[in-house]
Ligand binder design. Structure first.
Ligand code: HEM
Length: 235
């Protein structure tokens, strides 16, 4: 028997377990990339805001609060519910939900305060695309926060609104919060004050990083939304 044949016959047959293994590696690689992209975008925004030291003025303060609120805490809140997310995958479902609403509430709080700090600082409003998307994100965040309470107490409120419907409304509105705030952030990175500090090339790379993790995370929530919509129609 040639050594080649014996080598081939020695390799184990491909099993269903191997297929799951590949899918798991695919998901965890994407999850790792998402966390790295979030870290780069949030980290550089925070370094930019602290470049002149403390105390922070209204503009750097609104950047820190909004970016940490939306792109760090809210993004992690969405990821916490994903079965493939590194830090939350071993949590029980009840603790995943707890982590989700705590991160979501904290993130919304920081983002709302950060947005109002800049709104109060400005005399004219909605005069830039950055401002328009940021205020749209602020409105969606406020609605989503109130509506999230309906989802949190969905069981208690089931007499008035079916559980699946209240969760569907929550995800349906929530889907738009991260993308809207990320568009505002990209317009922020496009501002000359930021590009002259970091260079055009790096600013555009950061816009690419923000778009990439926003698409990956939103795709996750969009599929959950479709599954819940399907269940709603079936029941
Ligand atoms: C998620 C991230 C961000 C959010 C949610 C956000 C939110 C806001 C809001 C609500 C306003 C007031 C808009 C208005 O009253 O019309 C504003 C204005 C402003 N922001 Fe941001 N911001 C973010 C990131 C950034 C970044 C990264 C920069 C710069 C590097 C920046 C620079 C400015 C400046 C210069 C203004 C005043 C001019 C304007 O309205 O466009 N922001 N931001």
């Amino acid at each position: 028997m040639s050594p080649k044949v014996s080598e081939r016959s020695a390799s184990p047959p491909v099993t269903v377990h191997d297929d799951n293994y590949k899918i798991k590696i695919f998901h965890s690689t994407f999850n790792l990339i998402t966390h790295i992209l979030i870290g780069v975008v949030v980290g550089i925004s925070v370094i930019f805001s602290f470049r002149n030291g403390t105390p922070l003025g209204a503009t750097p303060l609104h950047i820190v609060l909004c970016v940490v609120g939306y792109q760090l805490l809210m993004a992690e809140a969405i990821l916490s519910l994903s079965p493939h997310n590194g830090w939350s995958s071993n949590l029980k479902l009840v603790d995943k939900r707890r982590a989700h609403w705590i991160l979501q509430t904290l993130g919304s709080g920081l983002a709302i305060v950060g947005s109002f700090i800049k709104i109060i600082d400005k005399s004219t409003h909605l005069n830039t695309l950055h401002g328009k998307f940021a205020i749209a994100a602020l409105v969606l965040t406020t609605v989503s926060l109130i509506n999230g309470l309906g989802s949190l107490w969905a069981f208690e409120l089931r007499r008035y609104i079916p559980i699946n419907v209240s969760k569907l409304i929550h995800i349906g509105i929530g889907i738009f919060v991260l993308p809207t705030s990320s568009i505002a952030l990209c317009y922020g990175f496009d501002k000359s004050m930021f590009k002259s500090w970091i260079s055009d090339e790096v600013a555009f790379t950061l816009i690419g990083c923000t778009s990439a993790f926003t698409v990956i995370i939103s795709f996750n929530s969009f599929t959950t939304f479709l599954v819940k919509l399907w269940k709603c129609f079936k029941s």
